[in-house]
Design a protein. Structure first.
Length: 169
């Protein structure tokens, strides 16, 4: 029986770990093509309980998105168009002033995210697939996008605070 050296074992372990996390050891840095496989039995058990709230939570997310869409009125912010069947896993806005706006949001304790910090053609492990192709809309979202809070448990007061802050920016 052949025994693998500790170095080979550690290297193989890291490669497999990277592969199961979308090819990434560091968030948004993809060194290889991978997949998402992180659901364990405890998470599955929790999701089985939570699934009965899915429709209600999706309805709440739609309501929050509608509130943002109807009340965000700032010419420095662009709202994206979503399909009528969207359940709003994210609500993304665009601004050329992303750093200034996110600093203001941090200062006011408003959570946000950058869900797509790189366009697919800019990800190291995929660049060779796209050669010199450009994806201007994807690149714009990567550079200017901010995901607003869309949690179904957001209160009306929180939504008003968020919209007031964004409109005053």
């Amino acid at each position: 029986m052949q025994v693998l050296s500790p170095l080979i074992t550690r290297t193989l372990y890291n490669k497999i770990k990277n592969f199961r996390n979308l090819g990434s050891d560091i968030k948004f840095i993809h060194t290889q093509v991978g997949f998402n496989s992180r659901l364990d039995t405890i998470q599955a058990a929790i999701l089985l309980r939570k699934i009965k709230f899915l429709d209600a939570n999706n309805k709440k997310r739609k309501s929050i998105a509608k509130f943002y869409s109807e009340n965000l009125k700032n010419n420095k912010i662009t709202k994206l168009s979503y399909s009528k069947n969207c359940v709003y896993h994210q609500y993304v806005i665009l601004t050329k002033y992303r750093n200034k706006l996110t600093n203001l949001m941090k200062k006011n304790l408003i959570p946000f995210g950058f869900h797509y910090p790189s366009s697919i053609n800019q990800i190291d492990s995929l660049k060779s697939n796209f050669k010199k192709m450009k994806f201007p809309l994807s690149e714009k979202i990567a550079n200017e996008g901010i995901s607003l809070p869309i949690d179904p448990n957001l209160s009306k007061a929180n939504l008003i605070k968020i919209v007031r802050l964004l409109n005053s920016f």
